[in-house]
Design a protein around this ligand. Sequence first.
Ligand SMILES: Nc1ncnc2c1ncn2[C@@H]1O[C@H](C[S@+](CC[C@H]([NH3+])C(=O)[O-])CC(=O)[O-])[C@@H](O)[C@H]1O
Length: 324
Amino acid sequence: MERLLEHAERLGLGPWAGELAALIARKQRYIAGVDAKARRYLDTFASLPEGAPASVELASDRVRIGDPGDLDPASRETLRAALGDYRPWRKGPFALFGIELDAEWDSSLKWNRLREHIAPLAGRRVLDIGSSNGYYLFRMAAADPALALGIEPYLTNWFQFRLLQHYARVPQVYGLPVRFEELPDMAGYFDTVFSMGVLYHRRAPLETLAAMRRMLRRGGELVLETLVIPGEGELALCPAERYAKMNNVYFLPSVPCLEIWLRRAGFTAIRCVDVSRTTGAEQRKTEWVNTETLEDFLDPRDPEMTIEGYPAPRRALLIARNPG
Ligand SMILES: Nc1ncnc2c1ncn2[C@@H]1O[C@H](C[S@+](CC[C@H]([NH3+])C(=O)[O-])CC(=O)[O-])[C@@H](O)[C@H]1O
């Protein structure tokens, strides 16, 4: 976290450095003091073995940090226990000093669906909202952005990121354990904003889209991925209680409805580049996941429906521009 402030000048964060410093100090106090799970995570972090990877490979589907030979066997076992303490691993896959972390989601599939469609990230300032353990931040870093900043409020995910970056030390990559709403108003700062898997968690999606647009410079790009419903009607589903057992899902639009939301939030050049049904190849249980997964969320008699009777998860990927 502090690294971001150390580099504030180079990163052009000057106008927001004070607010970011206050936010970071607040989060540090919270993590160290209030939250029992976070204190355990801190203890686990302190137990991590020393080690420096001889090489890091960010451009492959499995992000590889070091090789088995970079760490002695006893240290590898200590590391494996730490990784176990930080379960569930939702996003991946990673290989950390030869330990293969097959996460619940094979996130390479989404990255490969979008990579050809986005503006090249070289030299850009990128914000990833809901960055989880940073899988996409690491993949972005392979394209040499000026900055890849992830924000992820859920501490288990953020500690996973912290652990991975502790070893990977990718210079452009930073992560803060904060919600989007907590970030200072960094109007016009970012060249690309990623919002993947987050919009359906928002109660006021149009306002969230407008807030994302504010963060973009004129001509900047939004990469939006969210759950959608099938059909051409300009309609959105609002689940009565839960959707796929999640109690924090508010709106699932059709693709035409999502395009209208983007237009009404001020975006132009709106393109839907992919719609995919989520399958068991993309989201499944692995040894690093100690919770339910996709197959538990679907109707056992009809996999086209969720357990609540809604259309099964499908996700659309849209790209849009901030005209300024
Ligand atoms: N207000 C918020 N601000 C920032 N993050 C949030 C907020 N609310 C929830 N999150 C975080 O957004 C992430 C949503 S997962 C997508 C991960 C990745 N992007 C992916 O596309 O695989 C959902 C999925 O599995 O698709 C979680 O890590 C939340 O903690």
